[in-house]
Design a protein around this ligand. Sequence first.
Ligand SMILES: Nc1ncnc2c1ncn2[C@@H]1O[C@H](COP(=O)(O)OP(=O)(O)OP(=O)(O)O)[C@@H](O)[C@H]1O
Ligand SMILES: O=P(O)(O)OC[C@H]1O[C@H](OP(=O)(O)OP(=O)(O)O)[C@H](O)[C@@H]1O
Ligand SMILES: [Mg+2]
Length: 283
Amino acid sequence: MLRIAVQSKGRLFEDTMALFTEADIKLSTSKRTLLTQSSNFPVEVLFLRDDDIPQCVANGVADLGIVGENEFVERAEEAEIVHRLGFSKCRLSLAIHKETEYNGLEWFNHKKIATSYPNILKNFLTQQHIEADIHVITGSVEIAPAIGLADAIFDIVSSGSTLISNNLKEVEVVMKSEALLIGNKHMSDEKKEILQELLFRINAVKTAEDKKYVLMNVPTDKVQEIVAVLPGVKSPTIMPLATEGWSSIHTVLDQKCFWEIIGKLKAIGAQGILVLPIEKMIL
Ligand SMILES: Nc1ncnc2c1ncn2[C@@H]1O[C@H](COP(=O)(O)OP(=O)(O)OP(=O)(O)O)[C@@H](O)[C@H]1O
Ligand SMILES: O=P(O)(O)OC[C@H]1O[C@H](OP(=O)(O)OP(=O)(O)O)[C@H](O)[C@@H]1O
Ligand SMILES: [Mg+2]
């Protein structure tokens, strides 16, 4: 049985649980239990504060953990990155009052910076040869300059709206972050085998995420022209329709080039185009 440490509440919780559901790993989270076993896959989930996840994985209390890269780098615990999960994307940035003139990193010399990520900030400032005073606070970092606690902040930014509502502007992006699946470095072979099965499922879900299954009817004499614009996984499926002179084409399209290709298909003469979500995809 693999034990996975997951944030008990907060931003990572929802996306992590959605990932388990999509991978068909059933978990009961109805009661506020701290440890819950899956009924159909050999894993159990340990619910923790995200700050404690890297350490739990490093010391083997959990075999795996799902945590933000920012938290993982900050804690510098001995665990390894098994997979980048691509959700909870954000960045760690330096920000100052919106009306303050900024002319480069030098500005931070001898300033006071409030943050919940002192280690990442300390390393960055040392690398850049900046000497600043780091003031650690665990939350509501963006309010620090307004209440006179610091001259600047170093915190998580995503849309930037928290900065704006606190009259701050982002001046340096120090690191990008996303959710990571991290693992203990000394997992047994049996556990590694379960991990492979888990990764197989995660990959099937992730591969399908930005793909669509597309069906359309086309005049049979246009099939070759249509096939030429389709970048499917392999070659598309082509079947005759009951109506003479018409065929049905089935293929998989990338979300990214979807609208562009649909436009071309319509121009060539495709009709009745159906677009369906794909739940899982095994290449
Ligand atoms: N606005 C955001 N957009 C995208 N990802 C975010 C955002 N804020 C945080 N994250 C990511 O989600 C992780 C968890 O964030 P969350 O706010 O739930 O935790 P937290 O602030 O550490 O919780 P707590 O306040 O209980 O300590 C962060 O470490 C970061 O990786
Ligand atoms: O750039 P934005 O989209 O505004 O996101 C950034 C904010 O999101 C996070 O806070 P969260 O909303 O999780 O609240 P918290 O401070 O209670 O953790 C983070 O600590 C920032 O304050
Ligand atoms: Mg937060």
